[in-house]
Design a protein around this ligand. Structure first.
Ligand code: GUN
Length: 291
């Protein structure tokens, strides 16, 4: 194989943010609406703090209102539920995101269930999960998988119909919604996971491979079909032999480049798409709430 196309998620996300900023400016001017996104961070997880800061910055850069709530690690479930209720009732807030993971004293599902589905810009509420699972276009869709689909649609000029796709990973945040989105695009979809018996054999069948397992460089190039398109959702920090650390995906990039026809790099592939799609979901939510 010749060198694969490198799918530039960073550039795609920048373009998407520009289009969102234009739409936000138009909403303000024509309808007097400024979309607002509220992010709730419980505890001090350093990775979550970085994400939340970045979300706030990009929200403001797109011309939207950003509301940030930092709550202590010791926050009780009742206190967090009260915050969610306050945001559900605040008309300036169109989107609510409670950063996961939550401290262990808090029942994550109970918190997600308390978010108004119309403001659930993460798409994690069972109402939105159900809408996606029944093929509806009316719900809000989880950001990372929706970002992956945008990259795939762009690569295949909008037509994924009949492609064989393998999703590796069955999480509620990526794997399961990815399955539903690929099915909606009329792909033939296999979901592989830690108990899959012959993972290389499953991957070998696939025109499209989406890796979302959280294991550094697990998917090897010689598992791939020639010409496969590879979407790597993994972001893993590993130690370099010479000291220091580097970011790698769930796919062994160097060997995958020998077989793939296109691949997302890490960093600069799927990662930058997540926040851009979150902003897009916030605009969608604001438009739906304002009829
Ligand atoms: N933590 C890691 N990814 C996500 C995400 O997509 N949404 C939320 N709320 N928390 C996360």
């Amino acid at each position: 194989m010749s060198e694969p196309k490198i799918i530039d998620g960073k550039a795609f996300a920048a373009g998407l943010r520009d289009r969102i900023a234009t739409e936000v400016a138009k909403l303000k001017e024509e309808n007097g609406i400024t979309p607002g996104l509220a992010v709730v961070l419980v505890g001090e997880d350093p990775a979550s703090q970085v994400y939340v800061r970045s979300k706030g910055k990009q929200t403001v850069e797109a011309g939207m209102q950003s509301f940030e709530y930092k709550m202590p690690e010791t926050t009780s479930q009742e206190e967090l539920l009260a915050k969610v209720e306050e945001l559900n009732n605040d008309p300036a807030v169109n989107g609510i995101l409670v950063q996961l993971p939550l401290p262990k004293q808090i029942d994550e599902q109970a918190v997600l269930a308390a978010i108004d589905p119309a403001k659930d810009v993460d798409g994690f509420h069972t109402t939105n999960v159900g809408l996606l699972g029944t093929g509806s276009d009316n719900g809000l869709v989880p950001c990372t998988p929706l970002g992956c689909i945008m990259l795939l649609r762009d690569h295949f000029d909008g037509n994924l119909s009949g492609k064989k796709a393998v999703v590796i990973g069955r999480s509620n945040i990526v794997g399961k919604p990815m399955f539903n989105l690929l099915l909606k695009e009329s792909c033939t979809v296999t979901v592989a996971h830690s108990r899959t018996q012959d993972l290389p054999g499953e991957v070998r069948q696939a025109d499209i491979v989406v890796a979302a397992v959280g294991r550094p460089e697990m998917v090897k190039g010689d598992w791939l079909k020639d010409g496969a398109v590879v979407i790597d959702v993994g972001i893993n920090r590993i130690d370099k032999p010479e000291g220091g650390t580097r970011l790698v995906g769930d796919v062994d990039f160097a060997s995958a480049c020998e077989r793939a026809s296109a691949i997302t790099p890490v960093p600069g592939g799927v990662g930058p798409m997540t926040i851009a799609v979150l902003l897009a979901n916030t605009v969608t939510a604001a438009c739906q709430q304002n009829g």
